[in-house]
Design a protein around this ligand. Sequence first.
Ligand SMILES: Nc1ncnc2c1ncn2[C@@H]1O[C@H](COP(=O)(O)OP(=O)(O)OP(=O)(O)O)[C@@H](O)[C@H]1O
Ligand SMILES: Cc1cn([C@H]2C[C@H](O)[C@@H](COP(=O)(O)O)O2)c(=O)[nH]c1=O
Length: 209
Amino acid sequence: MLDGKLITFEGPEGAGKTTVLAIIAQRLKEKYKAILVTREPGGITISEKIRDIILNPDHIEMNEHTEALLYAAARSQHYFEKIEPSLKEGTLVLCDRFIDSSLAYQGYARGLGIDNVRKINSFAIGDKLPDITILFDLPPEIGLSRITANQERENNRLDQEHLAFHQKVREGYLQLASKDKERIVIIDANQEITKVVEDVWQALLKKLI
Ligand SMILES: Nc1ncnc2c1ncn2[C@@H]1O[C@H](COP(=O)(O)OP(=O)(O)OP(=O)(O)O)[C@@H](O)[C@H]1O
Ligand SMILES: Cc1cn([C@H]2C[C@H](O)[C@@H](COP(=O)(O)O)O2)c(=O)[nH]c1=O
């Protein structure tokens, strides 16, 4: 059996990743038998528990090294318990955030250094990278205003960071994309949702054919 593919959805807060991923997953189900939708940090019991620790807004004392290590620990368990076995069964895995979040948030915006965060992740999951990454790009103030308007969304510890931090996250992502044009496709997320969905769909079709 052919191995599946790992497709990751990345971008700053409120970029529309989760909303668009759900619509794209529905469409892909018409073409592919096996689709798995998952997320980071989380996706399985242990990693969801780590998520609760990392994102708890009361944990303001968490230092940036602990934060980076916890994201990597959650990823290791998620990858080996859920993602890798699914890929081996030929499943198309759609993951809401993955390693590029750690590189952009912890490596670039927190200032730990992209290479240091790569090393932690290399210990956690080896040299695994997504096959395709969709990067939702938009000015952070627009993403943040979207999540503030969404009453149902829980406010997490990273949402509370100042605008300059979220601007750095965006810069970090764009820097990663400029160095890996083959894997990372930038989508303008500051458009009507239907247009964003269509752009993501076309990008995926091109890569999956
Ligand atoms: N293109 C869009 N235009 C306007 N509003 C949007 C658009 N895409 C998503 N939204 C709205 O913005 C909010 C955030 O969307 P969503 O949760 O999908 O983003 P996200 O990238 O997953 O965010 P986060 O990573 O912060 O959880 C939701 O209320 C959603 O309905
Ligand atoms: C995987 C990962 C995530 N983050 C940050 C990005 C967000 O602020 C939260 C996750 O919340 P979401 O609503 O599920 O998007 O965690 C990070 O900093 N580093 C990572 O590796």
